[in-house]
Write a protein that binds this ligand. Structure first.
Ligand code: SF4
Length: 198
């Protein structure tokens, strides 16, 4: 998009005499216009290269990256149905379908259950935000990538977890189930948690 605007603007500047009606002198107008046109072309080329680089590094299939929280902070998605909020790393638009992508840095050889649940939650968030069906999501590890199907089983497992969390919150029976200080260090609930380790 930026690239085509840049080329159009560049072409416009070198072919038109529109500067004659400008309030600045013709040379300044031409030079400024050329600089803006060239900047737009450079910007478009950079974004196009960056998208290509992201897709190649994370094995993201063909499609347009419409959301990239790993690059710039994107808006949080919300599901009123489950009262869930979150941000996938990427969203790729393939024709009319949306594909959430979650990138993990750990050395896992196969998809971890909690990562599958996280990806399933992103599918639900996308479905509620964009009013569409999301049939699959992509989990990316340094060792490889895994396409996870959003079948009824994983959706049911996610619902079970959400119900358990809600019940624990209501009944105040949520207890820590690990001894990992690092988990607590990066936990978003640490400020309010009575069982935090650090
Ligand atoms: S801070 Fe609390 S909720 Fe967060 S990981 Fe630690 S124990 Fe769990």
């Amino acid at each position: 998009m930026v690239l085509s605007v840049g080329y159009t603007f560049y072409y416009f500047c070198i072919t038109t005499s529109y500067w004659e009606v400008a309030f600045i002198d013709p040379w300044s107008f031409t030079v400024i216009s050329l600089i803006i046109g060239i900047l737009l072309i450079v910007l478009g080329t950079y974004y196009s290269w960056k998208n290509h680089h992201i897709k190649r590094s994370y094995h993201i299939p063909d499609g347009k990256i419409t959301y990239a929280d790993l690059n710039i902070s994107e808006k949080t998605l919300f599901s009123p149905r489950y009262r869930l909020a979150g941000k996938p790393d990427y969203i790729v638009k393939q024709q009319e379908k949306l594909l959430p992508v979650e990138v993990k840095s750990g050395a896992y050889s196969h998809p971890q259950f909690h990562h599958i649940m996280q990806l399933t939650a992103y599918c639900v968030l996308l479905e509620d935000t964009f009013q569409t069906f999301v049939p699959q999501g992509l989990l990316v590890y340094p060792s490889g990538h895994h396409m996870i199907m959003m079948n009824p089983k994983v959706r049911f497992q996610l619902e079970q977890i959400i119900h358990e969390i809600n019940y624990s919150k209501r009944s105040q029976t949520a207890y820590r189930n690990h001894h990992d200080k690092w988990k607590c260090r990066s936990c978003s609930l640490r400020q309010h948690c009575m069982e935090k380790l650090i």
